[in-house]
Write a protein that binds this ligand. Structure first.
Ligand code: F1P
Length: 363
């Protein structure tokens, strides 16, 4: 395949349903999650930790954990643990998320938690034999989900699915676990239509800036969509909880701003109310839903319906894919190469510690 701009990234995005199936099958075959389930406590607060995309993944994982296991969970950037360690609740169960397993802040957090706070940590990564795996008490490795690209796409969704599966296992929620197992096949069926809709949206016009809105498990998804558009298209993008958008940020609404709504079931009426309001204010709207109600249909300039018909929390991984595609096609339209995003490297290694970083890591 000739080396067109973004070849690696688009093929990794379009491979997601197959990679999800591969990762879930491997976790099932090795019984990794059952082993992890027995090793870690139930009754403490889980704290999901990461950087960049992996922090936004942590947000979606923490919301999933709270909703599915009914026990409290939160997300923190790894740098917060480094700089404000007292923010960490005591006791808690830290879960450290890093595609590479080389990111300095995550390694520093792992070292601090394991050695200074004597906490056993669970790590989730796509790398093999990484410094993170050496530091953590247990590690979930998903090598099939790793990417050649700098930006995280299938690694975000696959690591999220692994953590959602662990939550379902912990809660004994067989319906949720079944929905996650069905997701790859259902998402594979809707992906070509989603891809075409986003391509035609980007082909139809460009936007001055982007806003992404979501609640619950879809807030971390909206955050990640914001980052994908920033990383791959160097566009200005913001993210808010949907109803928070009313409290000031809506002053920026204009036809040149594309405002994307990740619509949930639980918050559908309230979220669709904001969608209708933004449309009335003259904003350009993209609604991403499983199935859109008549109000959403009327207010959406562009509409993605995933039609997965599975419980909303199980849809989180599939909901980010339109955001990944929006960032990709917008970048290509702007003449950029999403495989080589401006100013970015695959791994952020602070202080130039060459041993700790992959080739090309920032210092
Ligand atoms: C985290 C991360 C990515 C970002 C870029 C630099 O990496 O910040 O989220 O997109 O690739 O690294 P990791 O800790 O998940 O490997």
């Amino acid at each position: 395949m000739k080396n067109e701009a973004g070849n690696n990234t688009i093929s990794e995005i379009l491979s997601e349903p197959q990679v999800w199936r591969k990762c879930l099958d491997e976790l099932e075959r090795t019984k990794t999650l059952e082993t992890i389930r027995r090793k870690f406590p139930d009754e403490v607060e889980y704290v999901f930790v990461g950087c960049g995309s992996s922090y936004y993944l942590a947000q979606a994982a923490a919301a999933t954990w709270s909703l599915i296991t009914r026990s409290s969970a939160r997300a923190l950037p790894a740098s917060e643990i480094m700089l404000f360690p007292k923010l960490l609740p005591e006791p808690c169960q830290p879960v450290l998320i890093s595609r590479s397993g080389f990111t300095s802040e995550v390694l520093e957090a792992a070292e601090y938690l394991e050695r200074r706070r004597n906490m056993r940590t669970l790590a989730v990564t796509c790398g093999s034999n990484t410094p993170l795996e050496k530091l953590a008490a247990s590690t979930i490795c998903l090598p099939a989900a790793d990417e050649r690209s700098t930006v995280m796409t299938r690694s975000y969704t696959s690591m999220l699915l692994a953590l959602q599966s662990l939550a379902g296992l912990r809660a004994g929620d067989t319906g949720f676990l079944k929905a996650l197992r069905e997701l790859p096949e259902k998402a594979e069926a809707s992906l070509p239509g989603v891809n075409r809709t986003i391509q035609s949206l980007v082909d139809s016009r460009t936007f001055a800036d982007y806003v992404f809105l979501g609640h619950g498990p879809f807030y971390g998804v909206a955050q990640e969509a914001m980052l994908k558009v920033k990383e791959m298209s160097c566009s200005y993008a913001q993210c808010f909880h949907t109803l928070e958008f009313r409290h000031g940020p809506k002053s920026i609404v204009s036809p040149e701003t594309l405002i994307s709504f990740f619509l949930s079931d639980s918050g559908s009426e309230a979220e669709t109310g904001v969608l209708a309001e933004v449309k009335d204010l003259g904003g350009t709207t993209l609604a991403i839903a499983d199935r859109a109600d008549p109000t959403a249909r009327r207010a959406a300039d562009y509409l993605i319906e995933l039609s997965l018909d599975i419980p909303e929390v199980a849809r989180a991984a599939a909901m980010i894919v339109p955001g990944q595609l929006l960032g990709f096609y917008t970048g290509v339209r702007k003449g950029l190469n999403p495989d080589e995003p401006r100013n970015l490297t695959r791994v952020v290694v602070l202080g130039g510690d060459k041993d700790g970083g992959l080739p090309g890591a920032a210092t």
